[in-house]
Every structure is written in C-alpha cells, then in structure tokens.
Ligand binder design. Sequence first.
Ligand SMILES: [Mn+2]
Length: 327
Amino acid sequence: MKIHDQTAQLKTQLLAANTIALFGHRNVDGDAAGSCLAIGAVLENLGKQVSYYTTQTPSSSFDFLDGIEKFKTNFDFHPHYDLLIFLDTADPTQLLKEFWVGHEAYFEKMNTLVIDHHYSNTQYAKFNIVDESASSACELLTELLHACDPSRIDAQVATYLFLGLSTDTGHFIYEKDSSRTFSLAAYLVDQWADKKTIISKLYRSASFQSIKFLGELSQRITKINGVIYSYYRHEELEQYDLDKEKADSILWIMTRIEHDWVFALIKIHNHESPPFLKASLRSKGWINVADLAAKFGGGGHKSAAGLKTEIWEDWEKELEGFVGELG
Ligand SMILES: [Mn+2]
C-alpha cells in the first residue's frame, strides 16, 4: 500500500476533533457517498459526533446503503464544528455551491480538510490530501485509514470503501485501474466488504421503466465527428420515474461501442430561464474529456467529466452545433 506523508497529520486532526461535519459533492455518487460514510463510521466508532452533508438528496439508487439517510441537504454553518472534511469534491464553488457561495468567510475561519483524487481539485482547505493517481477518493481513503489504524476497517467501513472503488472504476474496467486498485479491492473483500449486495443493488436491479427509457435514449444516439451522443429532456426523468444517476447508465452502454469516441449524454433544461443543458462526457481514457468540459467551464477526470452551458429556446437546432464544438 502507498504510504502517505500526510498520515500522521491526518491522524492527529481526526483524533483531536470531536464534532465533525462531512461533505460530499452534489449528485452524490458511489465514491462521494462511500468515502463520507466510511470515514464517518470510523469517526462515529471512535465516539465522535458526525454529521453528513450534500446539497441534493442522494439518488434512490443508494437507498439500499445503510447510513445514506444520514445525509442532510441543509447545512447550519454552526461555529461549533472542530473539523469540516470534504470528500471527493474538486471545487466547492461548483459542487457544493448552495453551501459555499456567500459563506466563504465561514469556511475560511473553520478547520478544513480535503481528501480527493480529482486533478482539478482547487486545494481549498487548510489541509489538502489530493492524490490524482488514485482511481477514487475511496481508494485514497482506504490507504489513509489503513495507515492510521487498520483495525478500524471493519466490514461496514470496507463495504463503503468498496462501493467507491467499484463505481468510480465502472466496476474495474477503466484504463486507469492499476494493481493498486485491484489490491485494495481484494484487501476490502478480505475485510468482508459486502460485494454481493453492491453488485446486485447497483448493477442488477434496474427498474422495467428505466430499461424502457434506455431504449428511448438508444433510439436517439447520433454520431457527429468524434462524438457519439444521446439526449433527454429534464421532464422525461419524471415521466419515467428516474433520476440523473439512473439515466446516466446509457453512457455505460454507449462506451461499449468500439473505437475511441467522446461519449456524451446531454440533459436539456429548456423550461428554465435562461435555458441550459448539462452534458456528461465519457471516454475510454485516451481522449481527455476533462479538457473538453473545461472549454465550457466544466471539469472532472480524463475519462469522465461534466459541463453546463446555456442554450437557445430552439435547442433542437442548437444541439448539433454544441456537439460539433465539443468534438
Ligand atoms: Mn470520485
């Protein structure tokens, strides 16, 4: 396991704090939820008072996960927290906007710690542990917790950590997956991570409606230059009783297409003013989609990124133009 220079400092900080708030990015994914719940469980087991925050209610995809209900979407900005920990969150002005923007002075005053693996991380805490070579925040956190005290990684903590390793690697299929990732996954399975539940609940429990929706999105798949994309309108999620996390699974199917492409799933918000679109971008690792997203003020990883941009009312005509600019 990689030895992290910051381990001693991290351990001191965690042991010294009694009241701790944890933050995971908006649209909580398996890595954000897993990393918050894992470090949270370790801290709770040490007798600390822990609260969990994110700016949007987590996707129902995570309803199976013990502890997901602990996430609150209202932060109290109370001065009594000894430590605020931000996990898997590259930039709080974007990913925790509702908490951060307008409250910069509060966060400036507080004792803050970041544990993240995004190369776009803006190092916004007093103490930043950012390892962009880690496939997930959970991968980095597994190493850190192990270095602090391996006896703290019980079956529950291992399950949370395994969740982040699994989801951020597309269940171990990305180019970035290294022996480091596989060894840590094996270590977590040895600690009784509940791999069986994660696989059955996340990868084998799609609703009938969601598969019908994927069928609809498959019909819309278009190829322009180097980009393969599909799209949906925000209202369609309600119609099919889905959320973004579930709709994004079409990207999984798209990335099974041979050769290198930019894969994009575009979500149209045409009833907002001004109207905008959000695009989730994927590649197989050879094309850097984070750079493409950055052209529109977005960000992410080399093989998974996102962006948001304004569109015109007659978005159907605009869409091809937007995709053209992406490619
Ligand atoms: Mn992550």
